[in-house]
Design a protein around this ligand. Structure first.
Ligand code: COM
Length: 520
């Protein structure tokens, strides 16, 4: 179908995308009357391709996106970030109901069981509006050209074939993502084994006992939801949780608060173990694991296995056709301009390896676009603010206390609850989202820490467990990274919207006056 000259509303797009999910006909939106050569073809219309295209168009260039799905936005609105946030919000609500069961206005939750299947179905029934918006905004507001529902084949570094037609461009921008690396053990084909993608597409029963293989962010996030829903969950991980390669700058006190909190909520967390096999008769019945220290084995009964071992870039096609250089795990190697080893070929997003996060995809796309359009633009994605969910929202940026102590000799810590004070003795930090906890279960009201260089008075890191801090961390990251960074004195003179300890202003203000900084 060619929709180039049609104005399609969001409601119409919702129906169209649903219809095209069932068939292989392409959706074409190409400006045939524009005779300019494309500055770039974006292979993959996920966050990186869409934002790169938008920026390139804004700079006056011409672009084309090709995507295998009938919608733009990639895996985020379809089966990744958006359902993860829905599950995490459900987990937070369910967790509150469990702690407050029979207290105040909360009903008795002793036998509370929320249907995981129902929440998955809720997401699937609603995701079409996000698909529609991506297509509508990209066409009607951003004036982008795209061909959807048609996998692209790269012919050479200037040519892409899509929907039976060859398109030429000065540059290619590759952004077709990554997929779960399933462990190489028997049983992964059994009914009842899912990863974050197949959970959304294929879940067809109500899980009653879950084993998660792997300790990635996804393992923690989805596992916390399963447990909160009332499906007893065990995480099986080689390394301690939050010490895996996908997470950096995690403070040890923060880590312990989070992992203890997961255990407190009934999750079983087995670290230093590896999976041996998933077993069952057509359907999952148990997972056998091995202790990596003594080699002993045990079986964990379950009817649901979730693979949380992380993802690998899908780079095979580009290696074969273009010969792009890749790293150990198949990630396409790029420089800070997002240039690959092949002239005029850029790569972005999950395809270039970790961190497989939205900020990197979008900024990578924009960086490629700016360079293609003649600017010299660099993007260093190795240091970034980060977050994840358990039943809490957990955010961090900059150095952990341990990292700071290795690099600076006069490290000052501002922490709540203060070091050495039992968490149950002090209902702090408390703010929006933890007020009820603070008054009934003080030890559940969260954790926060700021790391300061006592000599220069510069803020080195922030760490938070609670709710509502993620927004602030984007700005804290900016303030810390700007030339000169931000000092405790500058933080202490900012205007705060009380009650907000998670933004660290009020705590900085308590110490900022002192010439010799001390812990708080
Ligand atoms: C967000 C997708 S769900 S995109 O980054 O807006 O394309």
């Amino acid at each position: 179908m060619d929709i180039t000259l049609t104005q399609t509303t969001n409601a119409q797009w919702t129906r169209l995308v649903e219809e095209y999910m069932q068939k292989s006909e392409p959706i074409i939106n190409v400006h045939r009357d524009d005779k300019r050569k494309y500055n770039a073809i974006f292979v993959g219309g996920g966050a990186g391709g869409r934002f790169g295209s938008g920026y390139l168009r804004a700079l006056g260039g011409r672009q084309l996106i090709a995507d295998r799905w009938p919608f733009l936005g990639g895996s985020c609105p379809h089966l990744a970030c958006v359902p993860h946030h829905l599950f995490s919000e459900a987990a937070r609500e369910l967790d509150l109901m469990r702690w407050f069961s029979g207290k105040l206005w909360f009903p008795d939750a002793t036998n509370l069981r929320a249907s995981i299947l129902e929440v998955v179905e809720l997401f699937k029934a609603g995701r079409g509006t996000a698909h529609a918006f991506m297509n509508w905004q990209s066409k009607e507001q951003l004036d982008l050209e795209y061909i959807l529902n048609a996998p692209a084949t790269v012919i050479d570094n200037h040519t892409v074939e899509v929907a039976g037609e060859r398109f030429q461009a000065d540059n290619l921008v590759l952004g077709t993502g990554a997929a779960t690396a399933f462990p190489n053990i028997p049983g992964t084909e059994l009914h009842g084994v899912y990863d974050f993608a197949t959970l959304i597409e294929d879940l067809d029963f109500e899980p009653s006992r879950c084993v998660i293989i792997g300790g990635s962010k996804t393992a923690i996030e989805y596992g916390s939801f399963f447990q909160a829903a009332g499906c007893p969950t065990t995480i099986v991980a080689r390394k301690p949780l939050m010490r895996t390669a996908s997470m950096h700058h995690v403070d040890e006190d923060l880590r312990q608060y989070v992992v203890d909190g997961m255990r407190k909520r009934g999750m079983q967390i087995l670290e230093g173990v590896e999976p041996v096999a998933i077993q069952g008769d057509g359907k999952v019945q148990q997972v056998t694991i091995r202790d990596m220290r003594d080699g002993s084995e045990q079986t964990l009964p379950c009817d649901f296995v979730f693979i949380g071992t992380g993802e690998r870039p899908k780079s095979e096609h580009y290696r074969e056709v273009l010969g792009v250089a890749v790293g150990e795990k198949g990630e396409i190697l790029v420089d800070k301009h997002m240039r690959t080893s092949v002239p005029n070929v850029y790569a972005i997003g999950d395809l270039i390896g970790p961190p497989m996060e939205m900020f990197k995809a979008r900024k990578g796309g924009v960086t490629a676009a700016r360079n293609i359009m003649g600017e010299s633009c660099e993007f260093d994605w190795t240091d970034y603010p980060d977050f994840l969910h358990s039943t809490y929202e957990i955010s961090w940026v900059g150095l952990s206390e341990e990292e700071a102590r290795q690099r600076y000799k006069n490290v000052v810590i501002i922490q709540m609850p203060p070091k050495g004070v039992p968490y149950a003795d002090i209902p702090l930090p408390c703010a929006e989202g933890t007020m009820l906890y603070a008054f009934m279960f003080p030890e559940l009201s969260g954790f926060q820490k700021a790391v300061v260089d006592g000599d220069t008075r510069r803020m080195l890191g922030f760490h938070h467990v609670g709710y509502g801090a993620k927004d602030a961390f984007q700005y804290l990251d900016h303030l810390m990274r700007r030339p000169g960074g931000i000092t405790i004195d500058e933080m202490g003179s900012m205007n705060e919207l009380f009650l907000n300890p998670e933004h660290f202003i009020q705590l900085s203000r308590l110490r900022a006056g002192s010439p010799d900084l001390r812990d708080l």
